[in-house]
Design a protein around this ligand. Structure first.
Ligand SMILES: Cc1ncc(COP(=O)(O)O)c(C=O)c1O
Length: 371
């Protein structure tokens, strides 16, 4: 393989840019002697809730735990069906299976690749308990439509916002129309720590105490337990997240600027580009293009030192690990399967330069011209 000219991630660049702030925040935690469930985590939860414009935020081990514990606290469980999408990261469905419920997949919209809200109602049965829209690639699903359907059928709504902190819809914000929101802070996310962590945010006071207990071995009083789990956000990650949260809007603005560059450079290429809905704030966790010879393009870019990856080339219902008997393994999802076959994520991160974008786009154009 040729030398990497444009990596897929900018993790180290981001660390270098914020090194002084991050090193000092980490050192302060190390010197405090308190490493879990301490004041730094508490402060971060307050900052996060405020940023999201929501009442409560609870720091957790991961985005998967955020969804899973929200489902548990909301009483979603065995025998329930949960409507979601299949063109997402495995954890969206995994967290539904973890509570014993069954994911029911709705196809995605041909343009945005978010849940096709016109197809939700046909999947509702007497067992349907909740809808879990995923704000895929950094763009909000149509929450007004989801909420209208949920209200009509008396369903819970949990937003999988792992990819979209800082995004907003057309006249609505994340969390406004749902019972809970799950966030992931793995390194690659728009707000990412160095490793794993996540958070659940909600306006519902009644689930906060349950999740607070669940994340700490079912305990809110030392030595007294019910069955829970260990899903505490540790202080070092909270300190890192606190520093980065201050920069999230500028990170997202930089992603949006690079997406605009790609849009400009790739216009007229004949390749399907991301579709940003008017009035929405898309925060481009991923910049996903679609072409039938996706593998050919990926290989061509690799030869030119550009790392492009795929999100998600195997939809959930296409996975070999789909648990036997845990839902329909053969749903009819033509748009989801098309997306899986054709998707290619170009490098995008706040530290990517316009020149690097141009280099990537020039190579995509060269490939498209010579096909
Ligand atoms: C859409 C989506 N849902 C859920 C998750 C799970 O988050 P985590 O990896 O923090 O458990 C991720 C991220 O990995 C994701 O992208």
């Amino acid at each position: 393989m040729s030398e990497v000219k444009v990596p897929f991630y900018g993790h180290v660049r981001q660390y270098q840019n914020l090194k002084a702030e991050l090193d000092s925040a980490i050192e302060n935690v190390l010197m405090s002697g308190v490493y879990t469930l301490g004041p730094v985590g508490k402060r971060f939860e307050g900052e996060l809730a405020q940023y999201m414009g929501m009442k409560y935020a609870l720091g957790l081990n991961s985005g998967t735990d955020a969804l899973w514990l929200a489902f548990l606290a909301l009483g979603i469980g065995k025998g329930d069906e949960v409507i979601t999408t299949s063109n997402t990261f495995w954890a969206t469905a995994e967290s539904i299976w973890l509570v014993g419920a069954t994911p029911v997949f709705v196809d995605c919209c041909p343009k945005t690749r978010n849940i096709d809200t016109t197809k939700i109602e046909e999947k509702i049965t007497p067992r349907t308990k909740a809808i879990v829209p995923v704000h895929l690639y950094g763009q909000c699903a149509d929450m007004k439509a989801v909420s209208a359907i949920a209200k009509k059928h008396n369903l819970l709504v949990v937003e999988d916002c792992a990819q979209a902190i800082g995004a907003a819809g057309d006249g609505f914000k994340i969390g406004e129309y749902s019972d809970a929101v799950g966030l992931s802070f793995i390194t690659a996310k728009n707000l990412g720590t160095f490793g794993d962590s996540g958070a659940m945010v909600t306006n519902r006071e009644d689930i906060v105490e349950t999740v607070t207990k669940l994340r700490n071995h079912g305990s809110n009083k030392r030595s007294y337990h019910s069955v829970g789990w260990n899903s505490r956000l540790d202080e070092i990650h909270a300190a890192i997240l606190s520093v980065k949260l201050k920069h999230i809007d500028e990170f997202n603005d930089a992603r949006r600027a690079r997406a605009k560059d790609y849009d400009e450079f790739l216009a007229g290429s004949g390749i399907k580009l991301p579709h940003a809905l008017p009035g929405y704030r898309h925060v481009y966790h991923l910049y996903v293009i679609e072409t039938p010879d996706r593998d050919g393009l990926q290989e061509f870019l690799k030869e030119r030192g550009i790392i492009a990856l795929t999100n998600y080339p195997v939809a959930i219902h296409q996975q070999e690990g789909f648990p036997f008997g845990a839902g329909d393994p053969n749903p009819v999802l033509p748009e989801t399967e098309l997306n899986a076959a054709n998707c290619l994520s170009l490098p995008i991160y706040p530290e990517l330069t316009r020149e690097e974008c141009k280099y990537v786009a020039d190579n995509v154009l060269e490939w498209a011209k010579n096909r």
